[in-house]
Write a new protein. Sequence first.
Length: 108
Amino acid sequence: MGTNILTDEQYKMLSKKHYKIIPLNTLKNSHFVLKKPIYITIKKEEAVVIASLDDIEAFAYADTEFEAINRLCEEIINVYLDLKENRKELGTLPQKWLQYFEEVIEDR
C-alpha cells in the first residue's frame, strides 16, 4: 500500500485555500521517528488554530500553530499506541490507520 496521500500538484493547489497543508517531519518524541513526512492540515477558526491529520481523524486545538502542531504530534502517538494495543479488536478503518502508521512511524 502506498503512503503518498497527495501529489505535489495537489499539495500546492490545496495549500492556497483558507487552510494550509504542511509536511510534518517529526513527532517530537525520541521514541517515535517518522520514516518520511506526513502531511497535516492547519486551519484557523476565529481565535483557535486546528492542526489535523484528517485521514485518521486526529485533531488538536490551541492558540498558536506551534502549540497545535505539538498537541497533534502527541495525539498521533496516542492513537498509534492505542491501535497497536488493540490490534486484534480493530475494525476495518482502524486497521487501515494502523497499517498507515506502521508504514510511516518507526518505534525506537
